[in-house]
Ligand binder design. Structure first.
Ligand code: NAD
Length: 484
């Protein structure tokens, strides 16, 4: 029996509150659709404002004992979760593909990345160090202890159904916080499966609660207004992030925001083109382009632009598009029809003036597919360069000099990640410092790593996930002044 069938048969498609699987108070449900077939694969309970309040209550009750638990105890539960996720990565990857559509190889990559947050933060849980020092005037000792911020509301997107959750749950629990996780309405199943693994790993009831909700806006707004919630950690679009920042401001709520990107990918004239194309394929095509880190705009030195475009088009054109569940498929469907239609509209506009080298169409038939596409000589004012594409499309712009490339790269409101290819590492480091982003891939197309600080500047967000920084998003320093 598949994991999906087991979740459905055992009622684990209901809300997970206080260690129990419960229906929504008003018994409402919503469908989860397989993007490859457009068929409903499960009905999931749709939490209301009242259900959210119950989940916050459960997290609030569980918080004192969890915060007090020995760090080693918390760390070992997280380690056990890492082990269970790793043992079951194949069936969890299949579940991700069923609800999100991405190719199984992408889902497996997501599982490994997602599980690593539990290994990393099981180790960080026991390294919550404070400080002691003497004040400059000598009148006292200054003690600083880092305490868990409290009940944390975690809101996640559909593009990495497990990893965007684990990247928040692992540091929150390591810090001693209890959580309510509100997964994306398109992909709630992986988060429910994660809650099930936690119960098996010996996590006390109420420490992790999961509340899917069809009406995300009002249900999340109610949670943000609840005085028992002390932290909001959100990953999703900049638009929704701004709305939530507004709501959080009313309570001066502690927030972390991982928002949208518009990543530039720079290829300098001296770049190793084989490496640049390999990196471009990773930066563009992981998750069929549905990643906040996806390369969104390629700025390529004029002298290598045609060759780079031809090589990239050959690589993109050779990818196999199909149901993510089929072995050998590289590119699954996009998440839903509006996303596919948005991609098609951006390509149509960019093709007016640019040259489509491969792709440029949505295959006929069922499923929200779009062909891997390369467009060269895209006009500098094309909407595709200022919009997060979230699809398998690479627009290429020819640039004449480095300053122009950097100016173009920085000419955006977002600043999550940038990629840069050059054989001159020293020059590359200098350029990296001039790019207005939280992260730079220098001769690398894939840089996400649980042990590195992930996050953006400008409208791409506030705070960092992963590394030793990640746990501090869920800790508050407390200063105690005293004399010996
Ligand atoms: P989204 O903003 O539509 O949804 C994110 C989450 O918020 C979901 O759980 C959704 O149900 C919920 N939500 C939607 N409307 C809401 C509202 N009005 N109030 C409260 N909650 C609401 O984003 P998405 O379409 O799920 O994800 C794609 C976006 O996420 C892209 O912009 C992508 O760049 C971004 N993203 C960023 C990162 C990062 O780490 N910076 C990672 C992954 C995705």
């Amino acid at each position: 029996m598949s994991l999906l069938d087991r979740l459905v048969a055992s009622g684990k498609t209901r809300l997970h509150i206080g260690g129990e699987w419960v229906p929504a108070g008003d018994a409402s449900t919503f469908p989860v659709v397989d993007p490859a077939t457009e068929e409903t694969i499960a009905e999931v309970s749709s939490g209301s404002e009242g259900d959210m309040a119950s989940a916050i209550g459960a997290a609030h009750d569980a918080f004192p004992a969890w915060a007090e638990a020995a760090p080693r105890v918390r760390g070992e539960i997280l380690r056990r979760v890492f082990e269970l996720l790793t043992e079951r990565e194949d069936e969890l990857a299949e579940l991700i593909t069923r609800e999100n559509g991405k190719a199984l190889s992408d889902s497996l990559g997501e599982m490994r990345y997602g599980a690593e947050f539990f290994r990393w933060f099981s180790e960080e849980a026991v390294r919550n160090r404070g400080e002691v020092y003497r004040s400059p005037s000598g009148d006292k000792r200054i003690f600083v202890v880092n305490q868990p911020v409290g009940v944390s509301l975690l809101v996640t997107p559909w593009n990495f159904p497990i990893a965007m959750g684990t990247r928040k749950v692992a540091p929150a629990l390591a810090a001693g916080c209890s959580v309510v996780l509100k997964p994306a309405s398109d992909t709630p199943l992986a988060a429910l499966a994660l809650a099930d693994v936690f119960a098996e790993a010996g996590c006390p009831p109420g420490v992790i609660n999961v509340v899917p909700a069809r009406r995300s806006g009002p249900v999340v707004a109610a949670a943000v207004a609840d005085s028992r919630v002390r932290k909001l950690s959100f990953t999703g679009s900049t638009e929704v992030g701004k709305t939530l920042l507004g709501l959080a401001a009313r309570r001066v709520l502690n927030v972390s925001m991982e928002l949208g990107g518009n990543a530039p990918f720079l290829v300098l004239g001296d770049a190793d083109l084989d490496a640049a194309v390999t990196g471009a394929m990773q930066a563009k095509m992981r998750n069929a382009g549905e990643a906040c880190t996806a390369a969104n705009r390629f700025y390529v030195a004029a002298e290598v632009a045609d060759e780079f475009a031809d090589r990239l088009a050959a690589a993109m054109g050779s990818l196999r598009v199909g149901s993510g569940m089929e072995p050998g498929v590289d590119v699954g469907p996009l998440i839903n029809a509006p996303t596919r239609d948005k991609v098609a509209a951006l390509v149509a506009e960019a093709a007016d003036g640019g040259t489509v080298l491969t792709g440029g169409t949505a295959p006929k038939g069922r499923g929200y597919f779009y062909l891997p596409t390369v467009i060269k000589d895209v006009a500098r004012d094309a909407g595709i360069l200022t919009t997060e594409i979230f699809g398998p499309v690479a627009p290429i712009v020819r640039v004449d000099d480095l300053d122009d490339a950097i100016a173009q790269a920085n000419d955006t409101d977002t600043g999550l990640v940038a990629y840069l290819y050059t054989r001159d590492e020293r020059a590359g480091l200098k350029v990296a410092e001039r790019l207005d982003t939280g992260m730079v891939g220098l001769n690398r197309g894939l840089i996400s790593d649980p042990s590195a600080p992930f996050g953006g500047v400008k409208e791409s967000g506030l705070g960092r996930e992963g590394s030793h920084h990640g746990i501090h998003e869920f800790l508050e320093p407390k200063y105690i002044g005293t004399n010996w």
